[in-house]
Ligand binder design. Structure first.
Ligand code: HEC
Length: 462
């Protein structure tokens, strides 16, 4: 398993996807888009708390657009800047505080739908039963060696859409989620939409001291894929909050923010989730290969804990410790290099389109027209030259209704649609029509996607 660590981001993202595909075969009904979990339920004697219930009763009438919402008030109603971004992030944190405290400290009283939070369908096969998380990434111990991580750790993530963003999720999926509608604009989120993603990780405070005091929740995990899950403690270490706001962010219409756990901050485990940063564009005017001018569309909190800034993206653009923006190793101009910051929140999310025809990181597609990257004979990811025209396609500041690749359907930066729920739907149903036109996923029979992923996986990590 050692080599797997070479390129954990790619491995894990594809691996999670491969699991979706494989599990379809042995689970009850693969055509049950709104199932809660992978059918593995803990025994009462091991866990007697509440289980995850998929919240899918999406609003069918558009909820009102927020007027003068708190995050805009926090910056005086204008554009977000590196000077005011901290206040913007704190306002978003305040907005979700009450709900998040119930979710992480008082789970018995959590009811997602009552609180106006929703999830995407088609992911039951990869969701564990307790919180409904699925695997995010695997990180070898040496990724966070400097902050004392002594074991490989795995992250498990959970995404919630607020009422406004869930309205769009409902528009795409309809009532039965069998025929997604991506006709002009259906996948575009409304002004004021908020989406959050929590990331829990498996290393204990003894194994990773920076986690001491973080909020801990049990998940029902099967790390070695043995077929037997166990109730496992995990710790909340990253929380993303993104908001669609074309006043604060006229170029991209989104602000991406993230909080990380900081044991040195004041207060309890919630208070200690501090801003790592915010970004509202990819700073396309600053070519970080040759120009180290301070970024203008990215703000990084100078007080963020060091473990969390070790994994920032290209030229210091925002990315969190859970996000895999650093490729290691990667091949750049024929040379194999450790730790190449090659992404950012909005760079990676910028390829959210249907179907995915670009890899998440700036690599030439192989085969062309797919989301498979180029790898060399050692299985290392080959990147475009940082700062080149090709590379820069991943670092634009584009609104979410313009696709990165001409002719594809833009999915407004939403990677759950692009990378998870739509591909899962297509695999489970064998259907491919999304906007009145047939758009087969990668042009292959859906089931061969599994083989393709398996093949890539085998070739890359054997
Ligand atoms: C290298 C790729 C990559 C980077 C970097 C990245 N993400 Fe994501 N993100 C994904 C993928 C893939 C998903 C969908 C799978 C999942 O649910 O984890 C996702 C899902 C999300 C979601 C759920 C809603 C959605 O848009 O799909 C949010 C919110 C999110 N990410 C925020 C962030 C923020 C904030 C950052 C930066 C701090 C970030 N991401 C960095 C790949 C990335």
């Amino acid at each position: 398993m050692k080599k797997m660590n070479k390129f954990n981001l790619f491995f894990v993202l594809l691996f999670a996807f491969a699991i979706t595909a494989c599990d379809n075969n042995n689970n009850g009904d693969p055509l049950e888009p709104f199932a809660n979990n992978n059918d593995r339920i803990p025994l009462m004697e091991d866990y007697d708390g509440p289980l995850f219930e998929l919240s899918f009763n999406y609003p069918r009438i558009m909820p009102p657009t927020p007027v003068n919402p708190p995050w805009q008030q926090a910056i005086g109603g204008g554009e977000i800047t590196v000077e005011n971004a901290h206040d913007f992030v704190l306002a978003l944190k305040d907005l979700i505080e009450e709900d998040m405290r119930v979710l992480i400290f008082d789970y018995a009283n959590w009811n997602a739908e009552q609180r106006g939070w929703y999830n995407q369908p088609w992911l039951a096969d990869i969701r564990e039963a307790i919180y409904g998380t699925y695997e995010g990434s695997e990180f070898p111990a040496d990724t966070f060696e400097a902050s004392g991580l002594t074991v490989d750790m795995t992250t498990h993530v959970l995404t919630f859409y607020d009422e406004l963003s869930a309205f769009t999720v409902g528009n795409v999926w309809g009532v039965d989620a069998l025929n997604p509608d991506l006709e002009e604009g259906q996948a575009q989120f409304k002004e004021g939409a908020v989406i959050i993603k929590l990331a829990f990780q498996t290393a204990s405070p003894e194994q990773w001291p920076v986690i001491e005091g973080a909020a801990s929740v049990p998940l029902f995990l099967d790390p070695n894929d043995t077929g037997l899950s166990t109730v496992t403690d995990t710790w909340l270490f990253q929380l993303d909050i993104i908001v669609k706001d074309s006043i604060a962010s006229p170029d991209t219409t989104w602000v991406f923010t993230t909080l990380v756990y900081d044991q040195d901050a004041e207060g309890d485990a919630w208070d200690k989730m501090v801003p790592l940063g915010a970004m509202w564009g990819n700073d396309p005017d600053i070519n970080s290969a040759v120009d180290d001018s301070p970024l203008q569309e990215n703000w990084i909190n100078p007080d963020a804990p060091p473990y969390s800034t070790a994994t920032l993206g290209w030229g210091g653009r925002l990315s969190g410790p859970n996000d895999g923006a650093v490729a290691s190793p990667a091949v750049v101009d024929g040379e194999t290099i450790q730790n190449v910051p090659a992404s950012s929140c909005m760079s990676c999310h910028g390829v959210a389109e249907y179907e995915l025809e670009s890899f998440l990181l700036p690599s030439p597609s192989d085969p062309e027209g797919t989301d498979m990257p180029t790898v060399d004979s050692d299985g290392n990811l080959v990147l475009f030259t940082p700062g080149s025209d090709d590379w820069n396609r991943w670092f634009q500041s584009r609104p979410g209704d313009e696709p990165q690749e001409a002719g594809l359907i833009p999915l407004d930066y939403d990677m759950v649609f692009a990378f998870k729920s739509l591909p899962s739907w297509s695999q489970a149903t064998g259907l491919t029509e999304v906007d009145g036109r047939d758009r087969p996923y990668t042009g292959l029979e859906p089931l061969t996607i599994i083989n393709r992923i398996q093949r890539t996986y085998n070739g890359m990590f054997e």
